[in-house]
Design a protein around this ligand. Sequence first.
Ligand code: SF4
Length: 301
Amino acid sequence: MMTRDSLDRLHFTGTVWRPPHEAYSVLLQATTGCTHHACKFCGLYGDLRFRVSPMTEIEADLRIIARWQPRARRVFLVGANPFALGFDRLVRLADRIRDYLPKVQTIGMFSRVDDIARKSDAELRELRTYGFTGLSIGTETGDDPTLRRMNKRTTAAEIIAQSQRLDAAGIEYYFTYMAGLAGAGNGQRAARATAEVFNCTHPYLIGLVSLTVFPDTVLAREVQTGEFREAGELERLDEVRTLLERLEIATTIAGQTVSNTVPLFGRLPEDRARLLRELDDARSRFSERELVRYRRGIDYL
Ligand code: SF4
C-alpha cells in the first residue's frame, strides 16, 4: 500500500524561492543553488552549491505531480538559475514534463543574464517552441557602478543585448528592480540609469523590491565596517518615483513583497499617475523612523 511519504515527497532542497507571479505554477526542482553565488546582498541559497537534479529525481517528482495536478498548465523550475542548463538538457526536461503533464503549455524559471548569452539565437527560438517562456531575471538595477559593486557580474549593456535576443526569440521575461542597492545618496543615479536601460527592453513585468540587508551576507559585513552606507527609506521612495516617472515602456509594476514599505501594483503607462500619487501620499504620511522600524522587523523575505 502507498504511504503518504511515498506519495508526496518532492525533491526540494533548502528554501524554495519563486516569484510572486508564479503562485499558480507547478514547482519542479531542476537545479539547486546558484551558478554565480557571489552577489554581495544575496543570502537566498545559503551554503548550497549548484547542482543539477538527476533525471531520475525529476521523473520521480513528475510522477507525484501528475497524480495531484494532472491538468497543470505551467511549470516553474526552481533553483536560482535553471536556465544555466544547456540546450539539450532543457529540451529533454521539456519532453519529460510533457510525458507526465501533457497539458503543460509553458515552462518558466529564474535566469541570469549570462545564461541567455550562452545560448545561440537558434537555440533560443527552438526553446520557445518547446514552451520555455516567462524567464524571471534578477536584474536588480541597470546602474553599472552598482552592478559592479554588488558583484552581480553583468552589465547594463548585457542586460539590453540579452533581453533583445529574448524579444527576437519570442521569449517573455520579467525583471526585478531593487531600491536602495546603490547605497545612500546614489538612488537617483541608479533609478535614472535603470530607466534608460529598461526602456531599451520589453519586460512583461518589473518586480520592485527594496534592499534588506541580512546578517549572513557580504553586504552585512560591509555595512558593519562602514564600506556600504544603506540608503534611507524616504530616499528609496524617491528613487522608485524617479524610476516610474522615467519608464517609457508598457509593463506591469509589481511591488508587493514584504521588502516594500509601500506596496505598489499597476500597469505603465496607464496607472503611472496613481502609482506616483500613492508614493507621494506614503512620503507625506510616514516618517523615516517608522519605515526603518518596519524594515528592521523583516526576518525573512
Ligand atoms: S542574487 Fe541571484 S545571481 Fe546573485 S547570488 Fe543570489 S541567486 Fe545568484
